[in-house]
Ligand binder design. Structure first.
Ligand SMILES: [Zn+2]
Length: 129
């Protein structure tokens, strides 16, 4: 992984990826809040870490996920920016700005639910807004 020259993590934090979301990608326990997991999931879309996206689904909803669909969405899109609009202990509302395969700007606005199980945060589901 080549570090971004301006040392900005894909999630928008002014930290090198290796000091920010990569830590979570290597060890999901490193996310200590719903928002941190949310940021790491966005960064996983940017870097194409499909296994992390899959693994960070809550066990109850993971079985409905399709890795190929996740991968197609991650790779066809050019991820531009993440905006966290609001976050509480278990809920994060965000906008993910991306260009679709036709290079049209899309804004994915979602309110996501997260749950912690034995010290590990998981993404449960989300509502498109
Ligand atoms: Zn990050």
């Amino acid at each position: 992984m080549i570090e971004d020259p301006i040392s900005m993590c894909p999630c928008g934090h002014l930290l090198p990826y290796s000091d920010c979301c990569q830590k979570v990608h290597l060890d999901q326990k490193q996310a200590t809040s719903a928002e941190q997991l949310m940021r790491a999931r966005y960064a996983a879309f940017v870097v194409g870490n499909i296994n992390f996206l899959y693994a960070s689904f809550h066990p109850a909803t993971r079985r409905f996920q399709n890795k190929k669909h996740i991968e197609a969405w991650a790779k066809e899109s050019k991820w531009m920016q993440l905006h966290i609009l609001r976050s509480t202990v278990n809920v994060v509302e965000f906008e993910a700005h991306y260009l679709d395969s036709q290079l049209n700007l899309q804004i994915h606005h979602e309110r996501s639910n997260f749950k912690e199980i034995q010290g590990i945060w998981y993404y449960v589901d989300g509502k498109l807004l």
